[in-house]
Design a protein around this ligand. Structure first.
Ligand code: WTA
Length: 632
């Protein structure tokens, strides 16, 4: 496979080249793709606006680079292997040709419903091949997809529909997750009562659960594709045309619609995929993420398929019907690269080694981690017991906004160090800065992680809110992209990510803005004010700890706590449900009225020996009460 770096000196050479001549570097990689018209300039940029354009005036369609480019040589090769939730149900394998035909057919179905280039389409679906088909069909037409994780509530779904003025929703009747069948279509129905831009809904039959179909608006997937052609002329896209919007939580306000465009995203996801995982052409690759997150976009669908890889998609959960399910799937499909999240590792580690015993793991060549810092204990367990001590473990740091992996070992090529994402990929220029934005060079330094030069798959804007994009990412340190993460360069020169430095909590690898959770809590009629912080959690990495000032009239504390948790679950989704709720009579505030989260974080983390000076607070007396209330 071209552009695959295979030696440490090769890495050093490519890295050097990518910094000295970034346009030549990325231009060369881009040349291996199919462009209907070549670009006339590789890069235009400034980080002040910000305004970043890669492959100016290049014309292409990303799905032609997945299908037409591969069909002659690998039409019969499996593109997607789908493992259903229930192990007794049959695996489905779609070859590149079959996936192409289904994508074209579905693109035709969407066009028949009036979808044209530029329209926004919401995908709210379980982990089935049709979710990938839906994304690819949008890309084929030039419609902009926005996948919403199927665990989000109807309110969250409605907010996203409204924000991007979507015209169509692609969904399913239900979703099999472990022992449960979750309702999906009914959530969409509720969301559509709170929004009015949606003209049609296409519903995939998956669980067979009864649903209401609104005449003239709702249509069955299988009926819509019937008899339609399985070829489709792909739309011509500009390199900078929008490919998708993906909503993610930030430290303030409502979720942000991160915008990714076509050409740069294609080049960057492909390049990072083959290099980080050292993918070889007959490998079976498995990423356990959900397509509702960026990892599912870049490393289940686009990156692997652009590389002509076989990508495995799993519908279920790691512990159903038994806690060895992941390991069973690795053996069953002879998985060569396995990519998962630290939270899953820790959850499975808690079952001990017995669930691993029946399996051989002998197909595995590379294992990977993403979503949050992986603690050393989980790193070693994963490395020793899953990787059997002989698979490189790639700890991949990146973000929804970066589109592709930024900092990671290249499996077996660059060194592996426990709990260190390690080195930047070629083409990526991360730096560590101090509070004033001065670059900290050399080893043994710690500060905020920024990126000083553009990369092809970076976000271009926040949908409809360019100013917010500028404020959030490009204003803290002028001239730099600020990640929101802290990082350390250790004495060997390897980067270690220290976690968020803003008000974002990373729960099981999912980003939650504290402000968003507080807003949801405040919707409860008895809540007067609330403050949410993260605290260390054995399995989730971070848990959500909420402090709430409430009117207790007519409620017991226990009732109220349950109601608050349910309110959040209903408004955002079960993933945002606070792990702990503490009812308090006041929140520690500065004289200017700002909540002192530092103190709340310390109490939540049970670190009360060093609370710092609390005497300057407006209400120092509440601190003791809060500590007592927390049982410390
Ligand atoms: C965190 C997920 C440490 C980080 C791809 C980042 C990580 C946020 C790692 C992005 C890692 C992701 N080590 N921290 N290997 N990977 N993070 O947008 O705080 O869901 O800012 O993207 O996850 O989360 P997001």
């Amino acid at each position: 496979m071209s552009h695959k770096i295979q030696t440490l000196s090769g890495y050093l050479h490519e890295y050097q080249k990518s910094v000295l001549q970034p346009e030549e570097f990325w231009g060369k990689i881009a040349e291996s793709f199919h462009w209907r018209k070549k670009w006339d300039k590789v890069l235009d940029w400034n980080f002040d606006e910000p305004d970043v354009k890669w492959f100016r005036n290049g014309k292409l369609n990303i799905t032609e680079n997945i299908f037409e480019r591969h069909l002659y040589t690998m039409g019969d090769k499996p593109a997607i292997i789908w493992e259903p939730n229930d192990p007794n149900e049959e695996t489905v394998t779609l070859t590149y040709r079959e996936l192409y035909e289904k994508t074209c057919q579905f693109a035709n179905a969407m066009e028949a419903k009036g979808i044209v280039k530029g329209d926004r389409v919401i995908i709210y679906m379980p982990m089935v091949p049709e979710a990938a088909i839906a994304m690819l069909a949008c890309a084929r037409i030039g419609a902009v997809h926005s996948v919403v994780f199927a665990g989000f509530s109807s309110t969250s779904l409605a907010d996203r529909i409204v924000d991007c003025e979507a015209k169509m929703v692609l969904t399913s009747d239900g979703n099999f997750r472990g022992a449960k069948a979750i309702e999906v279509k009914s959530v969409v129905d509720e969301a559509l009562e709170k929004s009015n831009s949606i003209e049609s809904v296409i519903v995939l039959k998956r669980t067979g659960t009864p649903v209401t179909m609104k005449e003239g608006r709702d249509f069955w997937w299988h009926e819509e594709v019937e008899g339609l052609s399985s070829t489709h002329q792909a739309a011509e896209m500009d390199a900078e045309d929008m490919l998708f919007i993906l909503y993610t939580s930030g430290s303030t306000g409502k979720p942000k619609g991160v915008v990714h465009t076509t050409g740069g995203y294609m080049v960057n996801t492909y390049y990072s995929f083959v290099n980080v995982f050292q993918y070889s052409i007959d490998d079976v690759y498995w990423c356990t993420a959900d397509v509702g997150w960026i990892t599912g976009h870049s490393y289940i669908v686009y990156g692997p398929l652009l590389a002509g890889a076989t990508t495995l998609m799993f519908e279920g959960v790691p512990t159903f019907p038994h806690p060895g399910r992941f390991w069973e799937i690795i053996d069953k499909h002879k998985v060569n690269q396995f990519y998962t999240a630290p939270t899953a590792i820790r959850a499975l580690q808690a079952f001990g080694l017995e669930p691993l015993e029946p399996y051989r793991f002998d197909s595995l060549k590379v294992i990977g981690s993403v979503g949050e810092p992986i603690n050393e204990e989980a790193w070693h367990w994963y490395h020793d017991h899953v990787g059997k001590g002989n698979c490189p473990l790639v700890d991949t740091w990146w973000q929804t906004e970066t589109g592709a992996i930024m900092i990671s070992a290249l499996a077996g090529v660059t060194p592996n160090k426990p709990a260190h994402a390690s080195l930047p990929l070629p083409g990526i220029q991360p730096i560590i800065v101090d509070a004033e934005g001065n670059e900290l060079t050399g080893n043994n330094v710690e500060g905020n992680l920024c990126v000083k030069f553009p990369w092809p798959s970076m976000l271009r804007t926040i949908y409809g809110e360019h100013e917010r994009c500028k404020q959030t990412y490009f204003s803290t340190y002028p001239g730099l992209y600020f990640t929101g993460d802290g990082a350390k360069r250790d004495h060997d020169g390897y980067l270690r990510i220290l976690g968020r430095v803003d008000d974002v909590i990373n729960v099981s690898g999912h980003r939650m803005g504290t402000a968003e959770v507080e807003n949801a809590i405040n919707e409860h009629p008895k809540v007067i004010e609330s403050a949410v912080v993260g605290y260390p959690h054995d399995i989730k990495g971070q848990g959500i700890y909420a402090y709430a000032i409430c009117n207790m009239e007519g409620r017991t504390e226990e009732n109220l706590i349950n109601e608050i948790r349910e309110t959040v679950s209903k408004i955002i989704g079960p993933i945002a449900k606070p792990d702990k709720v503490q009812i308090v009579s006041g929140l520690p505030k500065t004289r200017s009225g700002k909540i002192m989260r530092r103190i709340l974080r310390k109490v939540a983390s049970k670190e009360i020996s060093n609370l710092g000076d609390t005497s300057t607070l407006l209400n120092p007396e509440v601190v003791d009460e809060i500590i007592k209330g927390a049982g410390l």
